[in-house]
Design a protein around this ligand. Sequence first.
Ligand code: TEU
Ligand code: CA
Length: 524
Amino acid sequence: MRELTWWQRGVIYQIYPRSFQDSNGDGIGDLRGIAERLEYVSALGADAVWISPIFPSPMADFGYDVADYCGIDPLFGSLSEFEQLVIHAHHLGLKVLLDFVPNHSSNRHPWFEESRSSRDNAKRDWYLWHDPAPDGGPPNNWLSRMGGSAWEWDEHTEQYYYHAFLREQPDLNWRNHEVRRAMDGVLRFWLDRGVDGFRVDVLWLLIKDAQFRDNPLNPCYRAGEPEHHRLLQTYTEDQPEVHEIVRAMRATLDIYGDRVLIGEIYLPVSQLIKYYGAAGDGADMPFNFQLINARWNAAVIAGMIRDYDGALPEHAWPNWVLGNHDNPRIASRVGAIQARVAAVLLLTLRGTPTIYYGDEIGMTDGTIGPDEIRDPAELRQPGAGQGRDPERTPMQWDDSLPNAGFTSGKPWLPVASRSSVREQEGDTSSMLSLYRRLLILRRCHAALVQGTIENVAAHGDVLTYERHYRERSLFVALNFGGEASAFESRPATVLLSTAMGRDGGPLTHGTNALAAGEALVASM
Ligand code: TEU
Ligand code: CA
């Protein structure tokens, strides 16, 4: 594995800091809490933690509205506590990735307060200000991803400003090179403090059409879909100029060496792969979110794997994700049994996997009462299915009541269920044990980390593929169905099965059985 970098060999674990571990009883997770749990993440078998935003923020979008890019919000702790966390993580062999939110700042950031102070302020052009349309309304039809117009009127200077998300999240003007320089300084601030890379928020949205042209109507829009789906994002996403920005970010990380640039990019594969950069000088890991919304079907996922792996440029390294803080949890999407199949899929496909905290214990979405809703995406579009609180509930550490060991206070969101790390630790049939076994298997078999993926096929509900590296070949079979099924195999030895008692057993040449919801890895 010597020629791979750490982020190609390794497994990333996403921590939503607000919900991971509270150390001071205010019901909100914090850096000290994360520090207390780093040994757990290391023992799980992860190699890096990606921590969602911890910067000073009014918390309109729970940290994705940054008011100071080079600080730590007191809710989470202090800069020195963060620096201690990095040292501690590095001692454990864990890399530390931060969430970088360059597309928009908080409306309370000093940059925006200067920009909005007058039309001729030096930072006016750091944001996207525009005169009203002739009728006095918004300059064009652009819509916020959080509902309503993406334009907010500013009485003081009698112009609108653009916000792709909340009005509290004004978009920065990435055509302005002063903005680029300021944000490059932000990257260097954290790189100088030992951060090993970044997950860049909404990378594909950074540039908007210079002429502010109306987006076209979406002919496929169906009533009940989120409001912003009424329009195609022709002029507000995936603009060609964004790639020079990605290259510049990558160039800065490359000065420090051995850092990773991950991009949050919700685009079809044909557009997504452009973010690797024509010469491999773009993002190291344009996030591959396909499994999040995929129909959970062997043939669909077989096709997805083949198409994605086939579309990747020579220099590109694949990655896979099952979930994150913006989408319903995998165990709630596909159910508890298929979530085990999903774990085998995520950790045996070719490329870097990212585990969302709690998925390793099969956590399900929480039930959020009407008076418990916190997410602005839900509060602004009630009932539109945009709410993200359910997938952001506190990590369930133990069976202590009422808050599963997450906090001694009142948690900011209710705990979702009673399953917990403690309960699963000693249970060899638990999801936690399955994740740990899979992560050990990955470490022991170069074929899983850097092998090719071949013979991807679906037969009925069963997806099979092979991983080859030098003289070693592994075979993976996953039953996406609710019935026992069969699959063809060459003689092999089962290394891991989600079905208990099958490890070490044989696969015969020819037809073999696979129980409903069973997945296995075998050595050929
Ligand atoms: O999400 C970007 C995004 O497009 C969605 O996943 C987003 O959650 C949804 O459109 C809003 O309803 C990123 C962050 O992951 C998300 O948590 C932030 O809310 C968003 O950007 C703004 O920073
Ligand atoms: Ca706390």
